[in-house]
Design a binder for this molecule. Structure first.
Ligand code: ATP
Ligand code: MG
Length: 552
């Protein structure tokens, strides 16, 4: 029990206190994305945090589209966001909301503020408003329109709504304090004119609420108790509180709590950078497996479990920091280690001929599907006179400690026999074209009756039944830690971010379907691509290699 109490994060501690003091009697959270792009790994943290808290406290979790800015929002994004959240396992049940449904209530809230003398219509241009705002060291200047009468403000605001004014000519501002040390409190704009159709409300509105006004109202209307957002909104909290209290329509207004954003090093996390890569067609859409959008991670082969494990490991804090991408890789390896069947695949083939194996003979050998998980059973793999092995598994003049095949060396072919290298063939350029070996028929299954040991075990695929498939290997598209841009302003792209090759795999892998995941022995974890795989012709994306630089 004590340990449990210690490991609680600061948000849980705040909620515990609220519940103990009776500030709230229940916990009600939400995830409020703006449908202006695809969700990324950072959003996953926010989703799982909010959903997890609602579950933990047996409260409610709302899915809400924060669609109050029609210029950047699209239905395409609404759909992808829902798909991603469902996939992550956060279930909003029937609690799906759209902030645009509250436009009438938001309008009423603005009118209520005007009636209280707490909001006014201002004719200053955006640039003038900026100039009048002052700086961190100097107070702002009051707008000449600040003292309009309530009646005049009501009329003007209604006319704004009726479409009488052009974009940018009039705004509604909260009347707070032009000398506040918090710039957000210097009469912020709360409504603007924008003659832009909205993806849900069409042409019904030509005025739209600003984020800092809309967001607290959305939370309050839905009865949210704890409105969890990222650290950059900390300075906006006084305004959040001002709105829910001054509007005065809510009995028990929500509380805003901020936590640090999740940043990943060594990959591109910013929505704006991802967008640029997509628009410049440097990547194959928002779900290109080199990206860290949720859609891309899913396509690459990450599991929801691995992302949940990652978010749990990262934890929740108040301090900004970044987490290495290697930690995410660690999580998917952990998740797939015992779940994924292990098959043999050769990415860079070199032919091996077993000179003393009967020509034209094929036999079938037992191979466990996962040495660490017997439940996955055993399969049969074809074996014959000609095999492929990895080119790097043979060397004519090996360095010390080389444990694979070289002239005179005996090694184990995984799940098969011991073989000894006798000679090799080269072409006119000296490139090795084949390796000759002899096998010991007594060693079927991979051990010798006389107890003699071999130092190395190598994987292989039988030539006549091998299936050639397309395989994609990835590196980071841009190393953000080395700078996203070059000096000339171009993107600092890694030319090796995508390598496509043909690999020879066990025949059974021809039947792989989209999202089937495997370990290819020694080569890493792979997932059949859902876009490019055809029936009988899978294309495999490497999720992650087996080697890890990350230690927990
Ligand atoms: P971006 O800055 O990438 O465009 P955003 O904050 O504009 O993201 P929204 O759709 O407004 O995207 O965000 C929805 C929710 O996700 C917000 O509550 C936001 O605080 C949270 N969120 C966004 N990015 C991160 C992140 N990197 N880590 C944790 N939470 C995040
Ligand atoms: Mg945003």
């Amino acid at each position: 029990m004590e340990n449990e109490a210690i490991s609680r994060n600061f948000i849980e501690n705040m909620i515990d206190k609220d519940l103990a003091e009776g500030v709230y009697t229940t916990v009600h959270t939400r995830f409020p994305p703006e449908p202006n792009g695809y969700l990324h790994i950072g959003h996953a943290k926010s989703i799982l945090l909010n959903y997890g808290l609602a579950k933990e406290y047996k409260g409610k979790f709302n899915m809400r589209f924060d669609d109050t800015n029609p210029t950047k929002e699209k239905t395409e994004f609404v759909e992808s966001i829902m798909e991603d959240i469902r996939w992550l396992g956060a279930d909003w049940e029937d609690r799906l909301f759209y902030a645009s449904d509250y436009f009438p209530q938001m309008y009423e809230a603005a009118v209520a503020l005007i009636k209280k003398g707490k909001a006014y219509v201002c004719d200053l241009t955006a640039e003038q408003i900026r100039e009048f705002r002052g700086t961190l060291t100097e107070p702002g200047k009051e707008s000449p329109y600040r003292n309009r009468s309530i009646e005049e403000n009501l009329t003007l605001f209604e006319e704004m709504k009726a479409g009488k004014y052009a974009d940018g000519t009039k705004v509604l501002r909260a009347k707070i304090d032009m000398a506040s040390p918090n710039m957000n409190m210097r009469d912020p704009v709360i409504y603007r004119v924008a003659h832009v159709p909205h993806h849900r409300t069409g042409d019904s509105w030509c005025i739209y609420p600003m984020y800092d006004f809309a967001h607290p109202l959305e939370d309050a209307i839905e009865g949210i108790t704890h409105s969890i957002c990222t650290l950059e909104f900390e300075d906006h909290r006084p305004l959040y509180d001002w709105v829910v209290h001054e509007v005065g329509m809510f009995e028990n207004p929500p509380r805003q709590i901020e936590f640090a954003k999740l940043y990943l090093t060594n990959v591109v996390t910013g929505k704006r950078y991802i967008k640029k890569l997509v628009e410049d067609k440097i990547v194959d859409g928002w779900d290109d497996p080199r990206l860290v959008s949720i859609a891309a991670l899913r396509r690459r082969g990450f599991t929801p479990e691995s992302i949940r494990m990652f978010v749990d490991l990262v934890g929740v804090s108040k301090g900004n920091s970044s987490v290495d991408y290697a930690m995410l890789e660690y999580c998917i390896r952990e998740d797939l280690k015992t779940k994924a069947p292990r098959y043999m695949a050769v990415l860079d083939p070199l032919k091996v001929v077993i000179d003393n194996y009967p020509e034209g003979q094929t036999e079938y050998l037992d191979a466990p599907n996962n040495m660490e998980n017997e439940e996955l059973g055993v399969r049969q793999i074809p074996f014959g006179r000609e095999l492929y092995i990895e080119r790097e598994d043979f060397m004519v003049e090996p360095p010390k400690k080389y444990k694979r095949l070289y002239p005179g060396a005996e090694v184990r072919l995984m799940n098969a026999y011991y073989v000894t290298c006798t000679s090799w063939d080269t072409d006119a350029d000296g490139t090795i074209t084949a390796v000759h070996v002899t096998y010991d028929p007594q060693t079927r299954g991979g051990s010798a009756p006389d107890g003699r040991k071999v130092k190395g075990t190598i994987h292989w695929v039988e030539v006549s039944q091998a299936k050639a498939v397309k395989v994609r290997l990835y590196e980071n598209i841009i190393d953000e830690s080395k700078g996203v841009y070059n000096e000339d302003g171009s993107l600092n792209l890694n030319p090796n971010s995508l390598t496509e090759c043909l690999a020879y795999v066990e025949p059974a892998l021809a039947a792989a379907h989209a999202y089937d995941r495997f370990q290819f022995v020694r080569n890493g974890f792979f997932c059949a691509d859902f876009r490019d795989s055809q029936e009988g012709e899978p294309v495999f994306n490497r999720i992650v290699s087996l080697k890890s630089s990350f230690k927990l």
